[in-house]
Design a protein around this ligand. Sequence first.
Ligand SMILES: Nc1ncnc2c1ncn2[C@@H]1O[C@H](COP(=O)(O)OP(=O)(O)OP(=O)(O)O)[C@@H](O)[C@H]1O
Ligand SMILES: [Mg+2]
Length: 268
Amino acid sequence: MSQPFLRVDGLSVSYGGTLALKNVSLELVRGERLALIGESGSGKSTLAMAIAGLLPRQARQSGTIAFPSAPSGLRLGKDIGVVFQDPGGSLDPVMKIGDQIAEVIRAHEDTSWIAARVRAANLLDRVHIPKALSRLNSYPHEFSGGQRQRIALALALAGNPSLIIADELTSALDTVVQRHIVNLLDELVREDGLSLLFVTHDIALASERADQIAVLYRGEFVEAGPAAEVLGKPQHPYTKALIGTHLSLDTPRRKRLAEINPDSLNLP
Ligand SMILES: Nc1ncnc2c1ncn2[C@@H]1O[C@H](COP(=O)(O)OP(=O)(O)OP(=O)(O)O)[C@@H](O)[C@H]1O
Ligand SMILES: [Mg+2]
């Protein structure tokens, strides 16, 4: 058995009086893709941000988050790359994107500006930005929304991370661009042996693209395990409803979790 790359044990997080995560445990093996799904407010971002070490100051956390292969922990921006739904959050609007990416590279590596800019162009190429070299001097607003998402991903990759955390990376994009991004993430996992933790509302996406699925419901895991098992033998009524809704509808193919009203399910 290979040792897990990430181990979360009994993690609870509260914001003031609100308990957002209750005793959550999971393991992720290197090169695996884990999808976190659950309704709005179920704690997905809280868990993703806790793993990234990005919880806001007022959050109270108990339990452990460990990276057994790196006993002193992973460094955000270097070993862990994070991409948010809104790429505006990670891109500086008044800085050329080549400089932004080169700056991240130079923050982690002792390398010249020229070498860092060459690497930046390679990264842009890697995320399929056309004419990458000549786009180093463009500003974020000169790219499309889908391209900005890919640039945010390039930025997350700049430190050569071993874990990518993507929080609803694709939700705001049209389905064609979504597919490009998802394929790109798959490619990165396959070629670089990255681990991927992605948050989604989209059960179809999770079923197609994740090795492991964890379903959060009101701060707790109600399902967690290999994707085929969770989808094949759902235990919780919420998961069953979710899968049922998806399977009973041909179009739209991608039924969104957010569209299910949990109040109609008589859940505990
Ligand atoms: N910074 C914060 N301060 C106070 N409460 C917060 C904060 N962030 C999240 N919460 C609360 O924690 C709970 C979980 O929120 P979280 O953002 O993790 O949910 P989510 O599953 O990511 O939802 P969504 O799908 O809407 O993004 C919610 O009740 C939310 O209101
Ligand atoms: Mg969220």
